[in-house]
Design a protein around this ligand. Sequence first.
Ligand code: ATP
Ligand code: MG
Length: 467
Amino acid sequence: MKLKFKILALNVAALFIMLIILGPIIIQISDNYNLSNTLNYLKSQGEYSTIYIEQYILSKVGNIFEVPNIMDSDSPYLCSYLNKNIKCRVQIFYGNRLLGDSEDIIDNNRNIRPEVSETFKGNKAYYITKNKTRTLYFATPVNIDGRYNYSLALIYDLSDADKMKRNNMNMFIITGMLAAFFSVVFSNFISNKIISPIKTLTETANLFSKGDLHPKVEVNSTDEVGELGQTFNTMADSLRSMIHELKDEKEKQKNFFDNFTHEIRTPLTTILGYSELMWKTDSIEVKDKSLFHITSEGKRMLKMVERLLELSRLKRYDFEINKSETNLKTLLEEVCDSIHYKLGRYNISLDLILQDLYALVDPDLFKQVIINILDNSIKYSKTSKIDIVLKENNGIELVIKDYGIGIDPEILENIFEPYFKGDKSRNSSIEGWGLGLSIVKEIIDKHEAQIELISHIDEGTQVIIRL
Ligand SMILES: Nc1ncnc2c1ncn2[C@@H]1O[C@H](COP(=O)(O)OP(=O)(O)OP(=O)(O)O)[C@@H](O)[C@H]1O
Ligand SMILES: [Mg+2]
């Protein structure tokens, strides 16, 4: 059963139970009140009437033995006189003999009525008929001079009380029906109010289960349903941010491993290049130099792998920089020396103007920066000459300049984005990953240094690093 119908059924049932129990109780209480008022009225009228009868009879008789005769003759008068005051049928009995009656109704029942019979034992008595229209029979003893016992009977028509009882009953039925109608309307309204946010919640939860994490539950109330909506929204927020974090973490991981694979390529090509050279040459000097570069690049690669393993163990997918006071001139010479073989293959000459300057940098990462920049000039620019200038100019300034094809100004602004590659039509023969300059930018940012790339088509490109 739906919640809405449960609320409705519960309300109507509660109302009916109340009406079924309360209705008869209230009707009975009000009827009892009416009857007891009538009875009290008859009792007090009975008392006055007996006094009146006694005094009337005593005032008429010469001696006390005439009482029965006077009672026989005057009872009809007394009954009609009293009827005018009491406004109900009045009868006077002597035993089962009717002496007077305010109404001319012939009663063939010769049996003495129970309430009348009770008065000859000295008691007042009453009873109520159980017909559809009820009648209250009340009788009180009339004792004249302590010698003669009569009975005064008052017969009260209870049709007004019956009418009132019926009216009350009808009123209860009409009120009950009206209350039931309003209860249906009201509980419908209330249940709609309760159920509509629950429906919204269910719809939103359904969207969630299908993977749409964006919708929010509109919470307008401060009750328990409102609280549930708020909790749902908070849960959704933390779920969203958790998923966001997870995606971020995954993205970071991917970038990290991509960058690593990218950087391991350079020492490998250097090692392979010098190994090849060793096969070809007979010169001891060239062989020595090649062995030196193979060993130093091998050591650099080992260091990189060790770093990777360590960071992967710590789940820190980020560059770690270990700065130390480094002689930049020596560092640049080492890098140029290691790519000497490659430069030879492309027929590119190097022009170095280097001041002897020291800076606080991570030497391995800084080597990677220079290798990446030089690698681009060698691969893309078709230059025959590269200049490297290291000098003091409001801090340390390093300029790497080629005289090649240059970079299209349109792509220049996105050049540091990861996986961004230049115009294929201009460098069709070379397949890069588009990661080199993004790694350079990340390392430079970690050093809180600046990098600038100035390029003109067919004039060349210069990269300026300021430390
Ligand atoms: N000196 C340069 N002369 C001409 N074009 C350049 C130069 N430097 C960079 N570019 C252009 O910028 C693009 C981005 O360079 P980046 O080093 O980021 O990636 P890549 O060299 O293509 O790939 P990767 O470095 O990962 O092997 C290159 O594809 C190239 O088109
Ligand atoms: Mg590159």
